[in-house]
Design a protein around this ligand. Structure first.
Ligand code: HXC
Length: 514
């Protein structure tokens, strides 16, 4: 064969393998609002930056007539490319080829790009659209998933791992994402479950739709399995690009700084925060009015909304923000919000992202539901995560900081480097009402007018403890600051901590309250 014929032959082969499961199958996907796998990669990466690997890989399965089936690229497109010029490793499963199901060859294509990502220190993006382990390949497909889970775990904390769910994903196709850092879902397209409706019908005799079982809303509002929700695939890709712009490529680097921009939102603390301490406000108004360009990328916005977590920039540098949200359950810590905050804190710590904590909470949520759901175990996660973190930790107490909530929200006692309080801060074991009822119980009961006595005692307690000055007198906070100076104070604290080094006792690893 001449060189020219060989090149033509190569293009013909490549063309054939690049068509996935064929026009009919692709049209079916497109009719469901889904992009074909290669189009997804193209939409996400910088133009012409994708280089494919392992297009010619073939599976070795002969059972169930598998040797007679053509599975182009074995149902997964793999390779590398760039986003804003940053390198990324990527795979996209192709549902038009055997439902994107994962056999051993398919798995080895994925583990190859995973290994590459770790070696080169670049993020891994996995676009999942798969019915899980390929049933015909039996234990070989389970082995494939095992090899992926193992690498997900070893890569955790070394490179960012981003999972995108763009189809009905079952079994291993959701367990691998569950081991990664950020999971993106799209309305009507994404479904996540361990076992699909067919299996549920067979085993339990129950009929349930894929959407109710694990649709995008379920996963972002009820389970917290997914971190970002989009209305369309294109919106989802924009969200991923935005996330990539905030985080470093690997744990040896810092996030790329941007030139600083002042906040766009006007900071009028007297308008944002009600004068009555029991009235709510939106902590995101505070965040947006202190961060660069008022640009705040919130994570898990729809789940455990009593705590707000996300990335922002201060003076061009990425910071991780954790804030109580007085708008939802008065910003209490409970089972889910503790999980959410603890995981985010560990992400920031692993990837050299300083933590800014904004405090306004009445404490941990009391009650039998929370106790039985394990608020002790889950609540301990946030204590563990803050204590373990060695990145710069800066805390601002805005209003309430009561009881365990005061300690948990990155207090000095858990190793905060800088703790500031606004003059509106109330730092105490509990709120004035509850405290007065307990410590002045007999005086209130013995009074001629118990109600008047209660009011007097509440006021007495408030004057003594519901302020930042007792904590300041004891050195538990470093400074009471003018709220209007918050941004400048944070920027100063970040500058001072730019070269922070803090070590921990050497050990294999700790045992967090998982
Ligand atoms: C082989 C599969 C497959 C699988 C789907 N297909 N899942 N082939 N192994 N796991 C194939 C179908 O046979 C079909 O092929 C094509 O993909 C499209 O599937 P449909 O069922 O027609 O699509 P849809 O109605 O959209 O339903 C999608 C689905 C369903 C919900 C994903 O296919 C399903 O329930 N699949 C099985 C899911 C599951 O239980 N997986 C768990 C595997 S265990 P044709 O040729 O007809 O086009 C696992 C273990 C991991 O993953 C370990 C975890 C710890």
């Amino acid at each position: 064969m001449s060189i020219k014929s060989k090149i033509i032959d190569f293009f013909t082969k490549k063309e054939k393998l690049s068509t996935g499961g064929g026009d009919k199958a692709i049209q079916k996907q497109v009719a469901m609002g889904k992009l074909p796998a290669r189009e997804r990669i193209k939409s996400l990466l910088d133009p012409d930056s994708f280089q494919e690997t392992d297009l010619f890989v073939e599976h070795k399965c002969k059972d169930f007539d598998m040797d007679k089936k053509q599975l182009p690229a074995d149902g997964v497109i793999t390779g590398s490319g760039t986003i804003f010029g940053y390198p990324v490793s990527i795979f996209a499963q192709d549902f038009t080829v055997a439902g994107g199901s994962l056999g051993l060859a398919h798995a080895r294509k994925i583990t190859k790009v995973m290994d590459h990502a770790v070696k080169m220190g670049m993020p891994l993006i996995g676009i999942n659209d798969s019915g899980g382990a390929r049933i015909q390949e039996g234990v070989n497909s389970l082995a494939g998933y095992g090899e992926i889970f193992y690498r997900n775990t070893l890569a955790s904390g070394i490179i960012p791992q981003i999972s995108v769910i763009l189809g009905p994903c079952a079994g291993g196709a959701v367990y691998s994402p569950a081991l990664t850092d950020f999971v993106f879902v799209v309305d009507k397209i994404s479904k996540m479950f361990i076992t699909g409706p067919e299996v549920i019908k067979t085993v339990l005799g129950e009929e349930i739709s894929m959407e109710d079982l694990g649709g995008a809303k379920v996963q972002t509002e009820i389970t917290g399995n997914a971190h970002f929700y989009a209305e369309s695939e294109q919106e989802c890709f924009q969200q991923i690009k935005r996330l990539i712009s905030f985080i470093p490529w690997n744990n040896r680097r810092k996030a790329q700084p941007l030139s600083t921009k002042p906040p766009r939102a006007h900071f009028d603390v007297e308008k944002i925060i009600p004068s009555e301490a029991t009235k709510p406000y939106d902590i995101r108004d505070i965040i947006r009015s202190i961060c660069d360009d008022s640009d705040f990328l919130e994570i898990q916005e729809r789940w455990a909304a009593n705590v707000v977590v996300g990335f922002a920039r201060l003076n061009g540098e990425t910071v991780g923000i954790v804030g109580n949200q007085p708008l939802v359950l008065a910003g209490v810590l409970d089972v889910d919000s503790s999980d959410k905050a603890a995981r985010f804190i560990r992400y920031c710590d692993a990837f050299n992202i300083p933590l800014v904590t904004l405090v306004d909470l009445p404490g941990y949520l009391p009650g039998i539901d929370q106790e039985h759901a394990g608020v002790i175990r889950h609540g301990a996660k946030i204590l563990y995560a803050y204590s373990e973190a060695t990145v710069p930790k800066i805390t601002v107490i805005l209003r309430k900081a009561y009881g365990g909530g005061y300690i948990a929200m990155c207090s000095r006692h858990l190793g905060a480097d800088f703790v500031y309080a606004w003059p509106t801060a109330e730092i105490a074991v509990m709120g004035p009402q509850g405290a007065a009822n307990i410590i002045f119980k007999s005086e209130i009961a013995a009074a001629k007018d118990p109600e008047a006595m209660r009011k007097l005692k509440v006021q007495e307690y408030s004057e003594k403890f519901a302020n930042p000055y007792v904590a300041a007198a004891n050195g538990h906070i470093d400074a009471v600051i003018n709220p209007y100076e918050t941004r400048n104070t944070l920027i100063h604290a970040l500058k001072i901590s730019a070269n922070k080094i803090e070590t921990r006792p050497t050990k294999k690893h700790g045992i967090p309250p998982f």
